[in-house]
Design a protein around this ligand. Structure first.
Ligand code: SF4
Length: 502
């Protein structure tokens, strides 16, 4: 894969045949994906859709020593206000001296739509460089400048010699695609083209005297993996995965979230790139293979006992450490199995509906089956080939209903009302709806909680057990806060508006 000569990456509908509309069983969906039939499906009515600009910010807002200039009207990315406090906290968990989130907006108005927004962007870049002295300035470009034809790349070329900061344009206008996860490709595209460079190492006499240190570094790098984290992961998740890899004598570098410019450069010296979520990082690590010949692993997500063991083993195989990894996984799995027994009694046969990213929901289902719970429905933001390896950890999943829908709350509400799950595990934005249906809820991710690895499986079980033992609050919400849909909608098929082809 090499799209580096292009100004923007291709949209996922074209690159991966991603689907955003489906209603049927998991078995039918897997078949449709393999046949390429989900790619053309759409809706004759759509309630809400995701904006890739805001999803790009999920990575960009975490970068350290960076200023973000959102080029667009003031509303684009304004949701970042909600992340200001947590961003600083999460950054400081990785680097106690890190700055909080610094973002500006070029505030395009009606006059700019006529006259263009390039001058405002120049002014904002000069201001950010002078005022904050960051290492990098990221410039996510929203719908309006893309529509009116602002030449952001030309602006950046003009200012490059003038600013101390590295300038990174991110072309992520919200209207470009319905497959919202294209947002990740947009960020990685900007990072690959503007930030990723081989580190400069000293070649002078001192460096020759440092030969031994250099050899040590090279040995360390040959045992180092780049772990591609996601914005929804917590520091506890990172600690857990790092603990497992260190136990088999491997070192870890984290990218891209909470990294700074230097991390991207030194990452080019690692032996292996490892995905945690195929949806998130295939574009990046495939390019690192093409451009810098670094091998990679994209397989399952390390959530649940089987998925974690498989993920660990795939990494270990590359270094010839399979025996060590197997021994570790067996020991951890045995201990976790015993620890989960206390929850199984109360949770056995309880039914669950999961909504969120395709990788995350299928991976999390493994923990639920491990607890003896029954998965009765999935709702995934989109669907593509990266979901396939995750089914290996599940049993009796073929007949489970799968709705592919980015947001589309009306479909979720109808489906959940029919299926009547005992628990809803879902993405931010979906939980408030099912709270109004009086169902206990667990967020599918949370950057303050542990979900991954063995400790994550225990923590998810513990939290489910607590949440399900008392959900009076949701019952009260259901009683006093009715949903806005008419009875006639509940009588219709939840997939009534999905069209098989355009
Ligand atoms: S205008 Fe475009 S980029 Fe801005 S919030 Fe709306 S869809 Fe997203």
């Amino acid at each position: 894969m090499d799209y580096m000569t292009e100004k923007t990456p291709p949209v996922r509908e074209d690159r991966l045949g991603t689907g955003i509309a489906f209603g049927g069983t998991s078995c039918e969906l897997r078949h449709a994906q393999k046949e390429g039939c989900i790619n053309l499906a759409s809706r004759s009515f759509s309630q809400t859709q995701g904006c890739q600009f805001t999803l790009s910010l999920a990575i960009i807002n975490t970068l350290r020593n960076a200023v973000i200039i959102m080029h667009g009207p003031i509303g684009c990315g304004s949701c970042s206000i909600g992340a200001v406090g947590t961003s600083q906290t999460f950054k400081r968990l990785r680097d106690p001296n890190a700055e909080g989130l610094i973002w500006l907006n070029t505030n395009l108005n009606e006059a700019d739509v006529i006259g263009g927004g390039e001058e405002k962007l120049k002014e904002a870049i000069r201001y950010a460089d002078r005022e904050f002295r960051p290492e990098t300035i990221c410039i996510p470009v929203s719908c309006v400048p893309a529509l009116i034809g602002d030449d952001v790349d030309a602006v950046i070329s003009e200012l490059r010699g003038e600013t101390a900061a590295t300038l990174i344009p991110i072309h992520c206008s919200g209207f470009k695609t319905k497959a919202m996860a294209t947002a990740y490709d947009d960020v990685y595209h900007g990072v690959l083209r503007n930030l990723v460079r081989k580190p400069k190492r000293r070649l002078d006499e001192q460096a020759v005297r440092d030969d031994v240190d250099d050899l040590k570094r090279k040995y360390r790098d040959s045992r180092t993996v780049n772990l591609l984290n996601v914005g929804s992961m917590s520091k506890q998740d990172e600690n857990e995965l790092e603990r497992l890899l260190r136990a088999i004598d491997l070192n870890v570098r984290w990218l891209p979230c909470y990294s700074n410019a230097e991390d991207f450069r030194y990452a080019l010296e690692s032996a292996l790139n490892v995905s945690i979520c195929g949806t998130h990082d295939d574009y990046f690590i495939e390019h690192l293979k093409t451009l810098y010949d670094i091998p990679f692993v994209i397989d399952t997500m390390p959530i649940g006992r089987k998925n974690t063991a498989r993920w660990l083993l795939k990494i270990a195989e590359f270094f010839g450490l399979e025996d060590d990894a197997r021994e570790l996984a067996d020991k951890e799995s045995g201990e976790l199995d015993a620890a989960l027994a206390q929850f199984r009694l109360a949770l056995k046969d309880k039914t669950v509906f999961l909504g969120g990213g395709e990788i995350r929901i299928i991976a999390t289902a493994e923990i639920l089956q491990d607890l003896g719970m029954r998965v009765i429905g999935f709702k995934g933001h989109h669907y593509d080939q990266f979901a396939e390896p995750l089914y290996d950890s599940l049993e009796n999943i073929d007949d489970v209903i799968f709705n592919v829908a980015t947001q589309q709350p009306f479909e979720q509400i109808n489906l959940v009302k029919r299926l009547k799950p005992d628990l809803y595990i879902g993405h931010t934005g979906g939980g408030n709806l099912s709270a109004k249906q009086g169902i206990p809820l667990l967020p599918i991710f949370g950057p303050s909680y542990n979900y991954m690895g063995y400790s994550g499986a225990f923590d998810v079980a513990r939290r489910i057990s607590r949440i399900m033992s008392n959900y009076q609050f949701n019952k009260k919400i259901a009683k006093h806060c009715p949903l806005p849909y008419r009875e006639s909608w509940y009588e219709k098929n939840p997939f009534h508006y999905i069209k098989k082809e355009d």
